[in-house]
Design a protein around this ligand. Structure first.
Ligand code: S3P
Length: 428
């Protein structure tokens, strides 16, 4: 059901928020718990639709998983404990679920059929099916395995050395998950370093992995053991409030317990570069995933360039960075970000089209966008196009728009942040 939401301008935002658990880490906690031996307890799990899709897939593969809100208990019986499902696994909107799951299924001796929603059906899968097939898996799907529905027939795998053609943590992780089951050593070479939650989690579950600046190496045949995982808050969710605080006059917001893994903190670097008044408090580096509180205050911003090695460290924050740029003096250039075209929507097109409707001066380029600031945003009819991050970005834009904003398909936000509007309203 499509829900059209009326959004209005806000005065200053004040207060504290605990954003929900990190999406990437929540997916991985369920996956590693499911392929390990023994019990795994996950706290501050993100109960958003994407991560619930991961739980439902592993339940279909015979894993006993209890979930109540943000608490999850997984009764892992190791990789051998996974069983063939008698039905197609449905991954919903989740690219992380399908791509990482393919890595796990590649080494299991049964067939699994996978499909997702309309958005998943358009997303490229050969980036994972090519390396997994090279390792020995048999994967068939629409258009020679390019698109869903896909069927993975697990086989005995052999380790490979694979140079990623695109910087993608999902592809790296799929290969590492297959590599844990392969004969010999698997090496993934990255063009640019991407988020390393999989690597950190292999260690948390008692496995070993070698991390270098440009490559990751795992040995096959490792036995993993269940453990307790405390998921930090999602910096990609926090980014919407960091932006709201930075652009809504008079605001001061504190975001509690946000994950500060350096492979994810590009948004903090960009905000600082733009002149935002931002500070980190209670920085805790003692856990497998660092975390801390972030305080942001409204301030005058200036344009910047976002490119190169920074891109994978903020890939999901680019829609909201485009909004920040509309409120910054001067030009902002975002480049080297062609990957945006294959996200939940083509995020170059959706960001440019929807922000243009609200009065932004923004232009699409081949691999990014160029924004001229500072502009006054006005009201209008916009849509998420089923993309949660576009929905939250537009909801933050509405806070400073001079007229009413109507947001079509606002329900998409539940993919990663079911309580987004409750949290936003608590600051008003
Ligand atoms: C993710 C990796 C990124 C990111 C996605 C989550 C992950 O995708 O955009 O939201 O959890 O590994 P790519 O690997 O396609 O860049």
């Amino acid at each position: 059901m499509s829900v059209k939401k009326l959004l209005t301008k806000s005065t200053s935002l004040k207060g504290e928020i605990k954003v929900p658990g990190d999406k990437s880490i929540s997916h991985r906690a369920v996956m590693f718990g499911s392929i390990s031996n023994g019990m795994t307890k996950v706290t501050n799990f993100l109960p958003g639709e994407d991560c619930l899709s991961t739980i439902s897939c592993f339940r279909s593969l015979g894993v006993e998983i209890e979930q109540s809100g943000s608490e999850v208990t997984i009764h892992g019986k190791g990789l051998d404990g996974l069983r063939r499902s008698d039905h197609t696994l449905y991954v919903g909107n989740s690219g992380t679920t399908i791509r990482l799951l393919m890595g796990i299924l590649s080494g299991l001796s049964f067939d699994t059929r996978l499909e997702g929603d309309e958005s998943i059906a358009k997303r490229p899968m050969t980036r994972v099916t090519i390396p997994l097939s090279e390792m020995g898996a048999k994967i068939t799907g629409k258009n020679n395995g390019e698109f869903t529905p896909l069927t993975v027939s697990g086989k005995n795998l052999k380790g490979i050395t694979y140079e990623l053609p695109v910087a993608s943590a999902q592809v790296k992780s799929a290969i590492l998950l297959a590599g844990l089951q392969a004969e010999g050593v698997t090496t993934v070479i990255e063009p640019v370093k991407t988020r390393d939650h999989t690597e950190r989690m292999i260690r948390q579950f008692g496995g070993s992995v070698e991390q270098h600046s440009d490559k990751v190496i795992v040995s096959g045949g490792q036995e993993l053991t269940g453990t307790n995982i405390e998921v930090p808050g999602d910096i990609s969710s926090a980014a919407f409030f960091l932006t709201a605080g930075a652009i809504t006059p008079g605001s001061e917001i504190v975001l509690k317990n946000v994950g500060l893994n350096p492979t994810r903190t590009g948004i903090i670097d960009v905000l600082r570069e733009m002149g935002a008044d931002l500070s980190i408090e209670n920085d805790d580096q003692s856990s497998a995933e660092p975390a801390g509180d972030i305080r942001i205050k409204y301030s005058q911003l200036k344009g910047t360039t976002v490119a190169g090695e920074l891109i994978p460290r903020l890939i999901d924050e680019i829609p909201v960075i485009a909004l920040l740029a509309t409120q910054a003096e001067g030009q902002t250039v975002i480049k080297d970000a062609a990957e945006l075209k294959v996200k939940e929507t083509n995020r170059i097109d959706t960001v440019v089209n929807e922000l243009t409707k609200l009065g932004a001066k923004i232009e699409a380029t081949e691999d990014g966008m160029i924004i001229e600031g500072k502009t006054n945003l006005k009201g209008g009819n916009v849509s998420t196009y089923g993309d949660h991050r576009i929905g939250m970005m537009l909801s933050v834009a509405a806070l400073i728009s001079s007229e009413e904003v109507y947001l079509e398909d606002s329900e998409a936000i539940a993919v990663s942040y079911p309580a987004f509007y409750e949290d936003l309203n608590s600051l008003k």
